[in-house]
Design a protein around this ligand. Structure first.
Ligand code: PMP
Length: 389
């Protein structure tokens, strides 16, 4: 019966949030949770989103069902942003999903339907929710080395070597930009080399892009996505708007896929709808409809780009400040997105928590914009002390 269920090892990041919330010290620094914070330490609703929501409330006349594809115009408006020069390729089809998580799950469901014996190659380390999402559909996981924490660099040769040993039809899960948890992104020549191996071995690239616009820029961050689309017949892309529109809890994302022909893509999409129907039937409307209003209005769209650039500038300026403060933190200035990993042992991470009320993941992953501007100097001093120990 239900009473016989074993206890569940709760998600360590969720545990960390609870621990931090329970800490009464007013000076505590929460660099565990993965949300953008401004200089005052807030995660504000974008001004442009407030305006879009106001318009949505005023104009929406029905909340009748939309169907498994969700807001079709939303997915259409995302095409040029995500796919760039491939926006008009009718072999690429997309659908709204409940956030990036929903897109990942749906993509893995499709792969498991198409080829249950495919393996999914996952970098080490990767976002801790990737392996459970793959396991949930019953696909086998294989790992490729990705990042050397002590060196602050990508283990690129080892990565290529592992990918080049994969079997035809295996899936290479790649982070589009702003790698979580390391911040270490492939540069353009590295993307090209990965592409070469993917093409040569007949692998399917599956790109998870949850932070477009948080790294080098909205266009630049889509480089890997577009490169794979240029070179491969089959590509899967799980996209999230939860960060770049700052609508985390509204669950806004999309799944795009490419096959060799429009007919095959339409057939694959029919399977996608069926899998979606079994899980959530239809994605939630509010966030995607609001994002659609923004993207459909030239003024709101350009306002969004300004606010997005504001978030990116804060991320990159905190990175620059940390990197300049201590040569041992210089690697942080060469990385992108909200996360980096400090070369600290679990004991050192716990000591930071006890002595300084600084909360980061046991792995040493921290959110560079988790701290407010006023907390940065104290963070730097505490981390320097931990690195000296
Ligand atoms: N992929 C990665 C790498 C992420 O970091 C996240 C969010 N933490 C997601 C996907 C999922 O994002 P969402 O909240 O839109 O489901």
């Amino acid at each position: 019966g239900l009473a016989d269920l074993p206890p569940v090892e709760s998600d360590s990041l969720l545990q960390l949030i609870a621990l931090c919330n329970a800490d009464p010290r007013p000076e505590k620094i929460d660099v565990g949770v993965g949300v953008f914070r401004d200089g005052e330490g807030r995660t504000p609703i974008l001004k442009v989103m407030k305006e879009a929501e106001r318009r949505l409330l005023e104009t929406q006349e029905s909340k009748s069902y939309l169907g498994s594809a969700g807001d079709k115009r939303f997915a259409e408006l995302l095409r040029p942003i995500l796919l760039g020069e491939h926006a008009d390729d009718d072999r690429i089809v997309g659908v709204q999903t409940p956030g990036g998580c929903g897109a990942l799950r749906l993509g893995f469901e499709l792969l498991a339907t198409a080829n249950p014996s495919a393996r999914v190659l996952i970098g080490t380390p990767t976002w801790p929710n990737h392996p459970p999402l793959v396991r949930a559909v019953g696909l086998e996981i294989a790992e490729y080395p990705y990042y050397e924490r002590g060196q602050g660099s990508i283990r690129f040769d080892a990565m290529l070597d592992a990918l080049s040993k994969a079997e035809r039809g295996d899936v290479a899960l790649l982070h589009g930009c702003c790698h979580n948890p390391t911040g270490a992104d492939l540069d353009e020549p590295q993307w090209r080399q990965v592409r070469d191996v993917v093409v040569e071995r007949g692998l399917i690239p599956f790109i998870d892009i949850a932070y477009q616009g948080f790294g080098r820029g909205l266009e630049e961050d889509a480089f890997g996505v577009r490169l794979m689309l240029s070179s491969c017949d089959e590509v899967i892309i799980a996209q999230s708007c939860d960060k770049n529109f700052s609508v985390y809890r509204d669950r806004v994302g999309s799944l795009f896929l490419k096959t060799g022909s429009p007919e095959a893509s339409a057939r694959a999409m029919a399977h996608v709808f069926q899998r979606a129907r079994e899980m959530w039937s239809m994605p939630p409307d509010h966030g995607a409809a609001s994002a659609r209003i923004i993207l459909d209005d030239p003024q709101l769209r350009s306002d969004w780009l300004v606010e997005l650039a504001g978030m990116r500038d804060r991320i990159n300026s905190v990175r620059a400040r940390l990197a300049a403060a201590d040569p041992r933190l210089a690697f942080i200035g060469r990385q992108f997105g909200m996360f980096s990993m400090l070369p600290l042992s679990k004991e050192q991470v716990l000591k930071l928590r006890e002595d300084h009320a600084i909360y980061m993941a046991d792995s040493g992953r921290f959110n560079v914009v988790g701290m407010s501007d006023a907390q940065i100097d104290r963070f730097i001093a505490a981390v320097a002390e931990a690195l000296d120990a």
